[in-house]
Ligand binder design. Structure first.
Ligand code: AMP
Ligand code: GLY
Length: 443
């Protein structure tokens, strides 16, 4: 496929391209999280906030565009809003509308450009089996696996016997990030398999289960923007998923993130491009998939060998809150170039500075928590909103993950110090945040 690989850290990688967007773009972003606020912040600064709309948005997106009170499942309502407001581009933030076929619907009824895969290609995230078969077909490194349905409980239990512990069991379908079990004991793993398949432990999502080899290494996230033929590599990141310090306790939607990731260079970088990113984009073409938008490669570095843990068909959250601020070129131009088929394989222009984010969450999250707490917040446009809502002149909490304090620094230490300084200025009753984001990495 031939990409002009510029080594990271090389003197010629941070060419900052200042391109003015000469065309017209009016965009509707779907979602209400920190990811969508960050995308609206970037695009609003590029094309003007009068051209940016966010459905349904949150208390922060209002400063980058106009919030639109239409539900994400209401495709008809979204489409008629787009037509009435001369929207030409739709950007779904999360996997839900993609999995429900928002692109297919818009394409059937309009010529609005939807920057996401269609429903079929969205299965790369929506079905673990579909993703595994794709990787297998295109020789993309991933954990060895086998899939089982309800009629194959006995075969699944036998397969577990031949694997070494710990055992990794995954519900095939979307389970809001909760469908993966990692179990040390064989009997327990066999019982869990039965529970998933026969009792639909994760609902319909676990009517099929993927059992796979456990991979031991450090996870990281790589992102590309694609028109389905060419790709632009975005900054990489590492997120922190557990609620407790030292990566303990329940899984969350993400407690913080850092970018860049120190080991994503040299051999790991080259292997990621040659063995994972390029074969994936080529795979879209070989399989005739209608893929465009973002590709999120959830990777694990196993002793210098990157392997794919999962694909997501959208940007990550909270990774977006550190990836997009480091992008020094225009996101709207990249989307526009994708529409015109003008992307070429390359690394995006990105800042050499580190960016980190620390999430302030509601006390009790990810279990039950209260909403409606009054928030005080520093005056800084990189404090991205997630679970917030404006009521009159007050800003109130409206979700579990509330605010992501993103900041830059010339190294990880400085960026984290700045993120924590912002975080300390955020106040609301029962606020919690992790104090160890990035502390496991080399400084
Ligand atoms: P997934 O939904 O596939 O991203 O899995 C959720 C989490 O489970 C990942 O972020 C990993 O921490 C862990 N995980 C998934 N698959 C494996 C594997 N094969 N080996 C080790 N950990 C895994
Ligand atoms: N941070 C992981 C995700 O967005 O799925």
């Amino acid at each position: 496929m031939g990409i002009n690989i510029v080594k990271k850290g090389g003197s010629n990688v941070t060419i900052i391209i200042f391109e003015r967007f000469e065309g017209n773009m009016r965009i509707l972003i779907l979602g209400s999280g920190g990811r969508e606020h960050t995308l609206a912040w970037k695009i609003g600064a590029e094309i003007g906030k009068e051209s940016v709309f966010i459905a349904p948005g949150n208390g922060g997106t209002e400063s980058c565009g106009t919030n639109v009170n239409i539900g994400l499942d209401d495709f008809k309502g979204l489409l008629s809003f787009c037509k009435d407001n001369e929207i030409d581009t739709l950007l779904p933030g999360s996997e839900d509308p993609i999995a429900k076929g928002v692109r297919d619907y818009f394409e059937q009824h309009s010529d609005i450009y939807v920057f996401s895969p269609d429903k079929e290609a969205g299965q790369l995230e929506g079905s673990k089996t579909y993703a595994k078969e794709f990787m297998h077909r295109h020789n993309i490194p991933t954990a060895a696996y086998q899939s089982f349905d309800k009629t194959q409980v006995a075969e699944g239990k036998e397969f577990l016997k031949v694997l070494k512990p710990p055992y990794v069991l995954k519900a095939d379908g979307l389970a809001a990030g909760k469908g993966v079990l990692i179990i040390d004991d064989l009997l327990e793993a066999q019982e869990a398999l039965e529970d998933m398949l026969l009792n639909e432990k994760f609902g319909e999502a676990s009517s099929k289960v993927v059992i796979e080899e456990f991979l031991d290494g450090i996870e990281f996230s790589v992102f590309a923007l694609t028109d389905g033929k060419s790709y632009v590599l975005l900054p990489e990141a590492k997120d922190y998923k557990r609620i407790g310090e030292g990566d303990t306790g329940l899984n969350t939607g993400g407690m913080g993130a850092v970018s860049p990731v120190y080991f994503f260079q040299d051999e790991v970088f080259d292997k990621t491009i040659a063995e994972i990113v390029e074969p994936t984009i080529e795979g879209f073409q070989k399989d005739g998939l209608n893929y465009r938008g973002f590709v999120f490669f959830g990777l694990i570095n196993v002793d210098g060998q990157p392997k794919v843990i999962e694909y997501n068909v959208r940007m990550g959250d909270p990774e977006t809150e550190v990836v997009i601020p480091r992008l020094t070129e225009s996101l709207s131009i990249l989307i526009h170039k994708s529409k015109r088929g003008e992307l070429t394989n390359r690394i995006a222009s990105m800042s050499k500075r580190y960016c980190t984010t620390v999430f302030s969450v509601s006390g009790g999250y990810p279990e039950s928590y209260e909403k409606g707490k009054e928030i005080s917040i520093p005056d800084c446009d990189t404090v991205f909103h997630a679970g917030t809502i404006r009521r009159g002149d007050k800003l109130l909490t409206n979700g579990g993950r509330v605010l992501a304090a993103s900041a830059f620094g010339i190294n990880l230490h400085e960026a984290l110090a700045a993120s924590y300084e912002l975080t300390e200025q955020i106040q609301f009753d029962k606020r919690y945040y992790r104090k160890d984001i990035g502390k496991d990495l080399k400084w």
